[in-house]
Write a protein that binds this ligand. Structure first.
Ligand SMILES: Cc1cc2nc3c(=O)[nH]c(=O)nc-3n(C[C@H](O)[C@H](O)[C@H](O)COP(=O)(O)OP(=O)(O)OC[C@H]3O[C@@H](n4cnc5c(N)ncnc54)[C@H](O)[C@@H]3O)c2cc1C
Length: 474
């Protein structure tokens, strides 16, 4: 026997896309049912992504700073790690936030169903609840927010507890003596940094010629330099040809022009080579939803799929697979369903890599402009000239603006340095508000802060930065 229920909007997946959509729908007075296997909303972001990784990176930063403090006349000694407490602190952060989202759902009268959804047809779901019972749910509209999961490399797929993905790494079962991180993208570098700070010898292997493929190279250089000191090795232009569990570890065989040691044994191997969409939703074949490249669900600018009653948002519809993009899309989809005139067409989606230093960018990048053969001016302000960066002993940063030389409009911003992830928000606002370089230069920024580097990079564009001396041409 199955229960039956009816809702205006059904939302499948309680991640930052799904719950943001559900909350807005409720705020607009629309009846909404949110379905997810976990006890509370949160999705990958809160349970096994953004939040637990940032909690651990906070600890990693503290450990690294405590080492640097020696240069400032303060010695802390070597850190003693109590793994049980560290794990329970991280789990506590997750519980607090997901519990809070559960509360917010109740307060807004969002109907939350813990379970897994499958399509019967374009307006009906069959939900298998976590208590084993079933519910048939009919709806007017549905938003698919089923997210993504780690990609698998067939040659690295062996049955060994020593092989882990990002979820396994965040579980923090132990502090391995050595860890091989396969993939030099943001997830691998963030989690590799956590383990390195806890005392693991971390090797990162990346098949391309640089870390963080896709980011401008000048932003990656300071990070690469610092990671070289923190990590055991960074192997670029290198692939892992095979892995084998040899009892006391995983033997990895490397391939590439610069490989010195063909084989090495590691206590654990973290595979972080990207993520793939959860678009194999059971019963989706009973709808008109179409999948596009790499298995992403195809949507238009209102986030509507090829089936008029079905919308899709977040990681399952494409890059960039980031929580804030998912949330924004969720809100646009709900507004579109509510009949508002909206479209998902942002000029700047920020990307932040929470390593030390942090790397962040938004809008147009130099790499992209080059690819598109687009004429740009790049104004860079080195943090060596920032008073605040010097007080923090972190002159290794850089702030740059990508500017249209004709209109002087700010098109993009890139930052590497401590706290870049917070600073990039100013770039997003500048780009979305169509700010000119003069708007940024003329806005008074507080002193002494790293935010002044944004104002001064705009001044660099005009050749009048207070703290950068440019000799006049004869
Ligand atoms: C280690 C790590 C660190 C990250 N750090 C960041 C970061 O710092 N900043 C950032 O912006 N992004 C980060 N991300 C990416 C971020 O987590 C995702 O972009 C974001 O969670 C996507 O949100 P979403 O709503 O699309 O889906 P998800 O958060 O993936 O949630 C989808 C939910 O749908 C559920 N679901 C799937 N199928 C069904 C079904 N049939 N029935 C019911 N429920 C279903 C899933 O169980 C899941 O709970 C990180 C990811 C990882 C793995």
């Amino acid at each position: 026997m199955s229960d039956t229920a009816k809702t205006s909007i059904a939302i499948v997946g309680g991640g930052p896309g799904g719950y943001a959509a559900a909350f807005l729908a409720a705020d607009l007075g629309i009846s909404v049912t949110l379905i997810d296997p976990e006890a509370n909303p949160g999705g990958v972001c809160l349970y096994r992504g953004c939040i637990p990784s940032k909690a651990l990176l906070h600890v990693a930063k503290l450990v690294e700073e405590s080492k640097q403090a020696k240069d400032w006349g303060i010695e802390f000694g070597s850190p003693k790690v109590d793994l049980t407490r560290l794990r329970s602190w991280k789990d506590g952060v997750v519980k607090k936030l997901t519990g809070g989202l559960g509360q917010l759902s109740k307060q807004r009268h969002v109907r939350y169903v813990q379970g897994r959804a499958a399509f019967e047809n374009s307006t009906t779901l069959r939900v298998t609840k976590s208590d084993g019972t079933e519910e048939v749910l009919s709806f007017d509209r549905i938003i698919l927010a089923t997210g993504s999961r780690p990609s698998i490399v067939p040659t690295l797929k062996i049955d060994s507890p020593r092989m882990i993905d990002s979820t396994g790494a965040l579980n923090l079962e132990d502090i391995p003596g050595s860890l091989l991180v396969v993939g030099g993208g943001y997830i691998g570098l963030e989690l590799g940094s956590v383990y390195a700070a806890l005392g693991t010898r971390v090797t990162v292997v990346e098949m391309l010629s640089g870390l963080l493929p896709g980011a401008d190279r000048d932003l990656v250089v300071p990070l690469h330099k610092r990671l070289e000191k923190m990590l055991a090795a960074i192997l670029l232009n290198t692939t892992v040809a095979s892995v084998a569990d040899v009892g006391n570890g995983i033997r990895a065989a490397f391939d590439g022009p610069n490989v010195k040691e063909r084989e090495q044994v590691f206590d654990r191997v973290l595979v972080s080579v990207g993520r793939r969409p959860n678009s194999e939703i059971p019963g989706l074949e009973h709808t008109q939803v179409q999948l596009g490249a790499r298995g992403f669900i195809q949507v238009n600018k209102q986030l509507q799929t090829d089936d008029p009653s079905i919308y899709a948002i977040g990681d399952v519809v494409g890059e960039p697979m980031l929580a804030h993009k998912a949330s924004h899309e969720g809100r646009v989809a709900v507004e579109a369903i509510a009949g508002h005139k909206v479209a998902f067409e942002p000029n700047a989606i920020p990307a932040v890599v929470f390593t030390d230093p942090e790397v962040a960018w938004c809008g147009l990048t130099e790499t992209q402009a080059e690819k598109e053969n687009r004429e740009i001016s790049v104004a860079k302000f080195p943090w060596g000239a920032s008073g605040r960066a010097i007080t923090l002993d972190r002159p290794d940063g850089l702030t740059k603006l990508i500017i249209d030389p004709q209109t002087e409009r700010v098109l993009g911003m890139g930052i590497v340095g401590a706290g870049a992830g917070e600073l990039i928000a100013e770039g997003v606002l500048a780009i979305e508000m169509a700010a000119l370089a003069s708007d940024v230069a003329m806005s008074i920024h507080p002193h002494p802060t790293l935010s002044e580097t944004v104002m001064e990079s705009a001044e660099v564009f005009f050749g009048t930065s207070t703290h950068v001396y440019r000799p006049k041409r004869p």
